[in-house]
Ligand binder design. Structure first.
Ligand code: 5GP
Ligand code: ZN
Length: 142
C-alpha cells in the first residue's frame, strides 16, 4: 500500500488531520461531504490509500470502492429525496481533477436542477471509429 502523501488534502482527511463530515467509513474506503457541494448531499468517496488515478489503483482496492459506492449513493439520495445521482471520477487536470487522490463524486440529482447540462455529442467521420478502435486495441494490455 502506498504511504500517505504529505501534501495531499484527502490523505490528511483520511488521517484525521483535517476535519470532514464523514458519511461512511470502512477499512479501505472513506466517504465525506464535499466542501463545495454542487447539490445537497454531494459526497466524495475515496480509497484510504493514495492513488492518483483510477488506472493506478489495484483491482482489489477498486473493488472495495465500487462495492461501497452503490449503498452510499443509495443512502445519500434517500436522505436528500433525490430520485437520481451521477458518479463522477475525474482523472487528470484536463478532465477537471484538482485533488490528485483518486475519488468518486456522488452527486444527487433532481428534476431541472441545472447541473451538467452540456453534453456536446458529435459523430465520427467515415472510417475514423475503425482507426480509433485499432489504436485502442494496440494499447490494451489486460
Ligand atoms: P476534483 O475536481 O478533483 O474531481 O474534485 C475535488 C473535490 O474535492 C471538489 O469538489 C472540492 O470541493 C473537494 N474538496 C477539496 N478540498 C476539500 C476539503 O478539504 N474537504 C472536503 N470535504 N472536500 C474538499
Ligand atoms: Zn492522498
Amino acid at each position: 500500500m502506498p504511504t500517505e502523501q504529505t501534501n495531499c488534502i484527502f490523505c490528511k482527511i483520511v488521517a484525521g488531520q483535517i476535519p470532514c463530515y464523514k458519511v461512511f467509513e470502512n477499512p479501505a474506503v472513506l466517504a465525506f461531504l464535499d466542501i463545495g457541494p454542487v447539490s445537497e448531499g454531494h459526497t466524495v468517496l475515496v480509497p484510504k490509500a493514495h492513488y492518483e488515478r483510477l488506472d493506478q489503483c489495484p483491482p482489489a482496492i477498486l473493488a472495495e470502492v465500487i462495492a461501497a459506492l452503490g449503498p452510499v449513493a443509495k443512502a445519500i439520495t434517500a436522505a436528500v429525496s433525490a430520485p437520481a445521482y451521477n458518479i463522477l471520477c475525474n482523472n487528470g487536470s484536463q478532465a477537471g481533477q484538482v485533488v490528485k487522490h483518486l475519488h468518486f463524486h456522488i452527486v444527487p440529482r433532481k428534476d431541472n436542477d441545472g447541473l451538467f447540462t452540456q453534453w456536446p455529442a458529435s459523430k465520427y467521420a467515415p472510417g475514423r471509429a475503425e482507426e480509433i478502435l485499432q489504436k485502442i486495441k494496440e494499447k490494451m494490455n489486460i
